[in-house]
Design a protein around this ligand. Structure first.
Ligand code: EPS
Length: 373
């Protein structure tokens, strides 16, 4: 099984991650990891820090001649803004951030001790881990993409677009939105929020393509695939809700309008004409695209700050203003891709085991052939 932990503070020397359990024999191109890191920095509405950081990964263990050894992979991303020892103390907690509860929990007089680790900067390490998982998944033809479906209350309409069309349109979009008309309004809303000292949330969708039926399990609550996806997406800073398929919508409909009827063709095997379930039934992948949505609250650092209380004087004050993003929904989508890549990689290892990529592929390929019949 895969496991990973990250280390690092937002303005510390570096971010790091150890990814354990990646099988031997996988070719890792660090350029592909750097490309994913560059995508995470992207997005209209991101803050000044994104221009400072280069976000290049260094792999210092687990590889020889670019091929995995099956031993733990250690990843390092250096911070250019390595200023943690010089930064001023903070005593005015921001509503919505970990500031107050973190200071109480660890008995800190300086909130910087909290925000240095609670910062979403940590997600760069996760994206690097996810990029390695994506390389693993490419061996099984599994692809993942995310796209923005809402910024503030502006919704994108992409229901009739294919995976490939969304992918193509996303490349041209500065906020990973595949609906050009909606994107235009979203960009205006981000500008308006910025001018008003405000921030904006929204939602993104993650699509996983070519996932075979039968990953995950209904045998135990913690083996269900939806359990793992919901937790993984919810763990991204700022996410307050996760939806699988049309989960929210179907809860309002009749049963006959909520489930995906089953069909079979010799060439295709089993298939559905709808995908309300988002590719997961009974905690198992069902062979359709897996569709996940994450809902993100607006960034909690506001240029026009909310009311707070100074933790030293207990006097009413305005909350701390830090350098921050106005909107980070596209980045949250990329981070969710990484977390989803990790979840589905783990479910493949759970089902097929194996110590080398060759062994896992043999099991995977013969299973995929068998379930078509
Ligand atoms: C981030 C780096 C941070 C923030 C942002 C995300 O850098 P700095 O604090 O130096 O500007 O821009 O952090 C948050 C959204 C947050 O809530 O802390 C990054 O690399 O993604």
């Amino acid at each position: 099984m895969l496991r990973f932990l990250t280390g690092g503070e937002s303005h510390g020397e570096a971010l790091s991650a150890i990814l354990d359990g990646m099988p031997a024999g996988l070719k890792i191109d660090t350029k592909a990891i750097d490309e994913e890191l560059a995508r995470r920095k992207k997005g209209y509405g991101r803050g000044e820090r994104m221009k400072i950081e280069a976000d290049r990964v260094k792999l210092i263990s687990g590889l020889k001649k670019g091929i995995t050894l099956g031993s733990p992979l250690t990843l390092i991303i250096e911070n250019k803004d390595f200023s943690i020892e010089r930064l001023p103390e903070i005593t005015r907690p921001r509503p919505g951030h970990a500031d107050l509860a973190g200071a109480l929990k660890y008995e800190y007089k300086d909130i910087r001790n909290v925000l240095e680790r609670a910062s979403a900067r940590e997600t760069a390490a996760r994206v690097a881990v996810g990029a390695i998982c994506k390389i693993f998944l490419s061996e099984f033809r599994i692809e993942i993409l995310s796209h923005v479906i809402m910024i503030g209350n502006v919704e994108a309409h992409t229901g009739d677009l294919s995976f490939e069309q969304i992918k193509e349109k996303n490349i041209k979009s500065s906020i990973s939105c595949a609906d050009e008309a909606a994107e235009k309004i979203m960009l205006e809303e981000i500008d308006k929020a910025k001018d008003a000292g405000e921030s904006l949330g929204g939602s993104f969708e993650v699509i996983l393509k070519n996932v075979p039926a039968g990953l995950g399990s209904y045998l135990q609550w913690d083996r269900r695939l939806d359990t793992a996806f919901a937790g993984a997406i919810m763990s991204i800073p700022g996410i307050k809700a996760v939806e699988i398929g049309n989960g929210i919508d179907v809860s309002r409909r009749l049963g006959s309008k909520s489930h995906d009827e089953i069909f079979f063709e010799k060439e295709r095997g089993y298939f559905r004409k709808t995908n309300y379930a988002g590719g997961i039934e009974g905690g198992l992948s069902n062979g359709e695209d897996i569709i996940l949505r994450g809902y993100m609250k607006p960034i909690s650092t506001l240029k026009k700050p909310l009311n707070s209380v100074d933790i030293l004087t207990k006097e009413p004050v305005k909350a701390q203003v830090e350098r921050a993003d106005v909107c980070a929904v596209p980045s949250a989508g990329f981070i969710a891709e990484a977390m989803s890549a990790y979840v589905i990689s783990n479910s493949i290892l759970d089902k097929f085991g194996g110590d080398s990529i060759f062994e896992i592929k043999r099991g995977f390929d013969s299973y995929v052939e068998a379930i078509k019949k």
